[in-house]
Design a protein around this ligand. Structure first.
Ligand SMILES: [Zn+2]
Length: 306
């Protein structure tokens, strides 16, 4: 009798723009992929309205960055390199970046952009992707988007909708066999616990902290902190995260914010990626305050047929 192969675990990380997968939960996706989990990054938009945020960026030969199409092509090249660095598969949903509106009053969003697409229409390709890939766990952003970009808020909305609807045979007909994911998480890369710990360690080492203003402004604004439930140990995969970040050369300055904390210090002070468990369809143990889950697949591993 042959031993049936265990069904692989599958993780879907839904993000708004190319580069978000490299700045939020990146090391965790690299770790799970290295451990044999099938990992699919889903990117809602092409990042067509991201400005050049890296002064040392040079537009690749044969490309231009002035038009929507030109930026889309450049950012696709960057995304392919980032996915390779993380060891994950990646899929585009095909929506167009809404841009980050600035000014007072705020200008209207550009016609046809992701944030303006009605929810059911915007969620449909993600429901289809969930029914095709059949993830056990999905990660996305919290309802505020984690950062007030209209595409990040929309990314939450479509992910929440897909998590709720993909298993229901009456919803989204024609998008494949129903599939019910078991857990939904929100990325939390910048909890105050992390910022304070890293800030103090950097200053303690006599260096300039990138988080100084941040600590003060967050304290002043008294933004209620969302609960972190889950700390996944990922220090061994920080080099993959860093390679993925630098792959997004138009967006990430290798001398900038994301590289301002010395890596040896980061490994000592904050070797985790942080998440908030938003929904679970599997039973989970009770935890006392200050106790964290360490695995996105906790409670899932025993549910997946061997
Ligand atoms: Zn983004």
């Amino acid at each position: 009798m042959s031993v049936p192969e265990r069904e692989p675990l599958r993780l879907m990380a839904v993000h708004a723009h190319p580069d978000d997968e490299s700045s939020k939960g990146a090391a965790a996706t690299a770790r799970y992929a290295a451990e044999g989990v099938e990992v699919l990054v889903v990117t809602c938009t092409g990042g067509e309205r991201g400005d050049i945020l890296n002064p040392s960026f040079e537009v690749p030969e044969g490309h231009e960055f002035e038009t929507i199409e030109g930026r889309r092509a450049v950012r696709r090249l960057e995304m392919a390199k980032a996915a390779e660095a993380l060891g994950v598969r990646q899929q585009w949903l095909g929506f167009v970046d809404s841009g980050l509106p600035e000014g007072d009053p705020l200008p209207p969003l550009p016609e046809g952009c992701f944030a303006l697409v009605p929810l059911e229409e915007a969620a449909e390709p993600l429901v289809r992707a969930v029914r095709e890939f059949r993830p056990h766990v999905i990660t996305t952003y919290d309802p505020s988007g984690g950062y007030p970009h209209p595409d990040h808020i929309k990314c939450h909305d479509v992910s929440f909708e897909a998590f709720a609807a993909a298993g229901d045979p009456d919803r989204y007909p024609g998008t494949g066999e129903p599939w019910e994911p078991l857990k939904l998480y929100y990325n939390h890369g910048f909890s105050m616990n992390r910022i304070r710990a890293v800030h103090e360690a950097v200053e303690g080492a006599g260096l300039e902290s990138p988080f100084g203003d941040w600590v003060e402004s967050r304290d002043a604004r008294e933004i209620p902190e969302r609960p972190v439930t889950t700390l996944v140990p990922v220090a061994d995969w920080f080099p993959n995260r860093d390679a993925a970040l630098t792959a997004h050369a138009s967006q990430i300055d290798p001398a900038g914010f994301f590289f301002a904390v010395p890596r040896d210090l980061e490994v000592d002070v904050w070797p985790w990626d942080e998440y908030e468990l938003a929904e679970s369809r599997v039973p989970l143990p009770e935890r006392a305050p200050g106790e964290y889950e360490a695995d996105l697949f906790e409670g899932v591993r025993s549910e997946v047929p061997a």
